[in-house]
Design a protein around this ligand. Structure first.
Ligand SMILES: [Zn+2]
Length: 455
């Protein structure tokens, strides 16, 4: 079993309360994709790429019966297997266990990408078929207007200027995969100090097997650049703070895709003019946030303020690896810390674990029992469709933020079902926020970004 498959198996084992071997067996179940000719057939291969990061996917019938046949468009099933029916058009998409009617028109690429996430979620649910999974409410109908994309925004170029992207992991990959459907212009600096670990192949859509060991930022920029003609991707293998200090001024726009609450807060403390953020919570949730300074509402450090569970998670990582809490808060394993970890785990090579994230190593080493605790589950990797939803919704939030029309700053979405527009909220400032509740930041924010609010 590859480390990527193992990540999926650990996640599923934790959800179902079964052992890793049993979870792996369920993930080897097969989905056969049967699609109408034409653009629905190309879209089916996109769905297959996403779904194939979690369960087995086939396009050819073969000898063995599939566990599920995914029917895309108006077409008859090829097998007697359980069927999930999908159809989509210019205004919406539908999923059902019963045959669906006709749809007209062809969706915009970003709408189709959103529909692909919903289809992958429902297909994973149907093929694994276990009551312990989060519920999927079928039939479902995705009305693209629920996404809240500003009128006309999909057909206009969007210039991000000189923007930064913090992190080059699963959400970063998904963000660029979704953004390729738009005419994005400008420059995006991708910042990540880490190297690619095998375990993230289950959810980083641009990665291939041979990328393991390469710099995450470099590999993502190289692989994704082909999808953008007017957006230049520039990788930097360093941490966010060092990059910003080198700039000499706070960044105007930052896309935040890192996976630590602590790092999110530290990014807000660099006082970026605009933040667009998306995160995943194991397989259960996707959260999107944006802010433009100055704001009277929540900032990124309000949304991801320090909470007791975060402490418990850091402590279980520190105890498991045999290091101090302060080391874990640093985020990355240094050469010195690597030597200490090897004392507890002699099978590890200190050079191989230097420069990787504590979470990644913890995930690799931890037994099922550790990961099935609430603290352990927080470090489990989501399935690919969860990260993909985060990427699509982050692109939507970018469009809303740049259009200047968004009256909300927070959206929590259930990745097994559909985004609901009325779920968007305006979160207030948190009185104990380490950024916006500190009066010393007030004049700095005004001086840096005051003109923007009047513009
Ligand atoms: Zn705040």
């Amino acid at each position: 079993m590859s480390t990527a498959e193992q990540q999926n198996a650990l996640m599923l084992a934790s959800l179902l309360g079964v052992n890793e071997a049993d979870a792996s067996e369920r993930l080897r179940r097969t989905v056969l994709l049967t699609a109408e000719q034409g653009w629905k057939s190309s879209w089916a291969s996109e769905v297959g790429q996403l779904l194939g990061r979690t369960v087995e996917v086939r396009f050819e019938q073969g000898d063995a019966a599939p566990d599920l046949e995914l029917m895309i468009g108006m077409i008859a099933p090829r097998t007697g297997a359980k069927c999930l029916f999908v159809n989509l058009g210019a205004a919406g998409a539908a999923l059902s266990m019963d045959p669906l009617g006709r749809f007209t028109g062809e969706p915009h690429g970003l709408h189709a990408a959103a529909a692909a996430c919903a289809v992958a979620a429902a297909a994973v649910h149907a093929v694994i078929d276990n009551a312990a999974l989060p519920p999927v409410r079928l039939p479902m109908r995705l009305d693209y207007s629920q996404l809240g994309i500003p009128d006309g925004a999909l057909n206009r170029p969007i210039d991000v200027g000189h923007a930064l992207m913090a992190g080059a992991g699963a959400v970063a990959h998904s963000f660029l995969r979704a953004a390729r459907h738009l005419d994005v212009q400008g420059e995006l600096v991708i910042i990540d100090p880490k190297v690619v670990q095998g375990g993230i192949l289950n959810r980083c859509m641009y990665l291939r097997e041979e990328d393991v060991g390469g710099d995450k930022a470099v590999v993502l920029a190289e692989r994704a650049q082909a999808d953008f003609s007017d957006l230049r991707l520039r990788p930097y293998v360093t941490d966010f703070k060092s990059y910003v200090r080198g700039l000499g001024h706070p960044p105007v726009t930052v896309f935040v895709t890192v996976d630590s609450r602590h790092v999110r807060r530290s990014i807000q403390l660099e006082v970026p003019g605009r933040i667009v953020d998306a995160s995943t919570t194991d397989v259960r949730g996707v959260v999107v946030h944006s802010n433009v300074l100055p704001t009277e509402q929540a900032c990124l450090a309000c949304i991801y303020r320090h909470v007791p569970e975060e402490h418990a998670r850091e402590r279980s990582i520190a105890e498991g690896l045999g290091v101090d809490l302060a080391d874990v808060r640093h985020g990355l394993i240094t050469a010195d810390v690597a030597r200490r970890i090897v004392r507890r785990h002699p099978a590890l090579d200190p050079a191989a674990i230097t420069g990787i994230a504590f979470d990644s190593l913890f995930r690799q080493l931890c037994a099922e029992q550790t990961l099935s605790t609430p603290e352990g589950r927080q470090v489990l990797a989501p399935f690919a469709f969860v990260s993909a939803w985060a990427g699509v919704l982050m692109v939507v939030e970018m469009l809303r933020s740049f259009a200047g029309t968004t009256k909300t700053n927070y959206w929590s979405v259930d990745p097994w079902n559909l985004p609901i527009a009325r779920g968007r909220t305006l979160r207030p400032r948190h009185p104990e926020c380490q950024f916006c509740s500190k009066p010393e930041y007030e004049p700095i924010i005004r001086e840096l970004w005051a003109e923007r609010v009047e513009a």
